[in-house]
Design a binder for this molecule. Structure first.
Ligand code: SF4
Length: 265
């Protein structure tokens, strides 16, 4: 299912319901185990590459029950960010999670930023791994020792990284290859090939291990690079090349202006 079909299906299943009393806010998936998934139709600002490569557009995350749960979590977060944060912190303990993955699907919105800040405070030793294509909202996440902001970039969206340069917390960018694209060395601290398939291209230290995995189950739990500081350290090494790339863009600030949450493409 491509992004548009998934977005249409998600819109069609929209419910105003919130999570039921006692309901687990987490969803499960093969790669990260547990994650907090929000409806793409309400939260994503997709790039052209997202539209073509969205990994959330296939499998169980597109099933009706999963989409309805995404809406329930979304409405709970909008209605009561602090209460939802308390629920997330509680369930993270019950499930014995060793990290919280935000936006397994979907993206940030103002109330989820508030919830992230609250969960990070309630669980100060639990890594919060926040994946986003909306740096304009991500800069509202409070810097904290247990929070890692992961800004996802592709060939059409380098300018979206610009707001992050002023961010005071731990952050890094990953690079999502388009179909058939081979990234240059040092493009990003974490690189994803299209559908995790590098073909005959050599795997480098910056490649996400999913690119070489025969079985993607539980790979993030073993790797942890995105939420143990390794990707953040590598980002510091690559920052000069990111800055020069942004300087070379014709209108980097204009490109960054589309990152506040409004779908643009
Ligand atoms: S680099 Fe590691 S933690 Fe990050 S997405 Fe890939 S497998 Fe998961």
């Amino acid at each position: 299912m491509n992004f548009k079909k998934l977005s249409d299906k998600t819109h069609g299943l929209r419910t105003d319901e919130q999570l039921a009393v006692g309901e687990n806010p987490f969803s499960t998936n093969k790669v990260t185990g547990h994650s907090l998934n929000y409806p793409i139709a309400a939260t994503c600002s997709p790039t052209k590459v997202c539209v073509r490569t969205c990994y959330f557009g296939s499998g169980p995350s597109t099933w009706t029950a999963a989409l309805r749960k995404q809406w329930r979590l979304y409405h709970s977060t909008v209605a009561d960010p602090r209460g939802t944060a308390a629920r997330i912190a509680d369930w993270a303990g019950r499930l014995k999670l060793t990290y919280v993955r935000w936006n397994g699907g979907g993206d940030l919105f103002p109330e989820s930023v508030e919830a992230i800040n609250r969960v990070a405070t309630l669980r100060p030793r639990l890594p919060q791994w926040v994946v986003t294509r909306l740096p304009g909202l991500a800069v509202g996440i409070n810097p904290a020792a247990n929070v890692y902001v992961h800004c996802s970039i592709d060939r059409h969206s380098w300018g979206r990284a610009a707001p992050m340069l002023a961010y005071g917390g731990s952050w890094f960018w990953s690079y999502q290859c388009d179909a058939g694209e081979v990234p240059l060395a040092g493009t990003a601290p974490v690189i994803f090939y299209d559908h995790y398939r590098p073909g005959k291209n050599p795997i480098t230290a910056d490649d996400c291990p999913l690119n070489a995995a025969d079985d993607i189950s539980g790979v993030c739990t073993k790797c942890r690079r995105c939420f143990n500081g390794e990707a953040v350290s590598r980002a510091a090494e690559l920052l000069p090349s990111l800055k020069s790339r942004l300087d070379s863009l014709p209108h980097p600030r204009d490109t960054a202006a589309d990152c506040s949450g409004t779908p643009t493409e």
